[in-house]
Design a protein around this ligand. Structure first.
Ligand SMILES: *[C@@H]1O[C@H](CO)[C@@H](O)[C@H](O)[C@H]1NC(C)=O
Ligand SMILES: *[C@@H]1O[C@H](CO)[C@@H](O)[C@H](O)[C@H]1NC(C)=O
Ligand SMILES: *[C@@H]1O[C@H](CO)[C@@H](O)[C@H](O)[C@H]1NC(C)=O
Length: 292
């Protein structure tokens, strides 16, 4: 029996060792391929590092290729000398910002990032045994700061409690779009989601409207309660924070002015006015009597 089975033995052994050498079909010898850009939103003209990280397990590295869209712009290949290579960008894109001295098999250093580079970046890792290949991608966000604070306007020049305030805040174009919010007396009001428009320069312009029924409380932060301090806050985290202010006067002046709360003004104006009138009425007949 054992002699009959023997011809199959060496063949099976060869098959098994062949599989062990080359790796089982579909066996993963490359894990956790991941990509990110540091910083997450790069300011135009500033440097950035594009990282492509991976776990080779027991394999060796064959190559790492970096793409912008479908164009390969950088390659690390273990077999070639030198290992690193830069490919110029096609027309319409800037000259390659890759700094070879600071790039290797896990990262590409870009010396100066231009807005036109924004978009899909991918990296493709290949191992040297049976050429297991993995590709991942990330989005390169090229940040552009707005030229200044947002603009803030209201439909009317003055408001009273009980009226509805219609205000609009428009950010200057930026990338990414600014997040906008309204504040009165440092308390957020409105809680809306900004509408975002594309500009011809490829930037984003955020706009937020406020519809708010006003109460006495909204005027409480101003001296004499005579105005409404409205603020629009524009922000992209880690890039900029801008505020724009608009002080809207109260339309109808209050009948009770600040004298009520003045330290020495113990006498209320309407009351004192009344007392004065009574005094005059009482004194006048006396005066006329003594004049006779
Ligand atoms: C990014 O580019 C890669 C390579 O061209 C492609 O496979 C992938 O689908 C793209 N991803 C997106 C979200 O466009
Ligand atoms: C690639 O370069 C970076 C920065 O110089 C370094 O921190 C990293 O260890 C390098 N990676 C390898 C695999 O040598
Ligand atoms: C702005 O442009 C981008 C890319 O061109 C597009 O994906 C997006 O939908 C546009 N957004 C608006 C609000 O038009």
């Amino acid at each position: 029996m054992s002699q009959q089975a023997s011809p199959a033995g060496p063949l099976l052994q060869t098959l098994v060792s062949l599989l062990l050498l080359t790796g089982l079909p579909g066996a993963v010898s490359l894990k956790n391929v991941r990509m990110r850009v540091v910083p997450a939103a790069v300011e135009a003209g500033r440097p950035a590092t594009v990282l492509c990280e991976y776990d080779l397990e027991n394999s060796g590295l064959y190559s790492v290729k970096f793409y912008r869209g479908t164009h390969e712009f950088y390659r690390y290949s273990a077999a070639d000398e030198p290992h690193t290579k830069v490919f110029p960008f096609p027309q319409g894109l800037p000259s390659s910002p890759v700094n070879l001295q600071r790039s290797n098999q896990t990262q590409v250093y870009l010396g100066e990032v231009s807005p036109s580079l924004a978009g899909n970046l991918s990296c493709e890792v290949t191992t040297d045994d049976n050429f297991v290949t993995r590709m991942v991608y990330t989005n390169l966000i090229v940040a552009v700061k707005p030229e200044g604070p947002p603009s803030l306007s209201a439909t009317k020049a003055a408001y009273d409690p009980g009226e509805v305030l219609y205000a609009t805040c428009r950010a200057k174009p930026s990338q990414p779009a600014a997040d906008l919010s309204f504040y009165i007396n440092d308390k957020e009001v409105g809680h809306g989601i900004p509408e975002v428009l594309n500009t011809s320069q490829g930037l984003l312009q955020a706009r937020l409207d406020l519809h708010l029924r006003l109460t006495e409380e909204h005027f409480a932060g101003s001296r004499d309660h005579d105005s409404l301090p409205l603020r629009c806050h524009a922000e992209v985290p880690h890039l900029f924070i801008h505020n724009q202010y608009l002080r809207l006067p109260r339309r109808t002046k209050q009948p009770i002015p600040a004298r009520v709360t003045q330290p020495n003004g113990g006498v209320r104006l309407p009351a004192s006015g009344g007392v004065l009138l009574l005094a005059l009425l009482g004194v006048l007949p006396g005066l006329t009597a003594t004049m006779r």
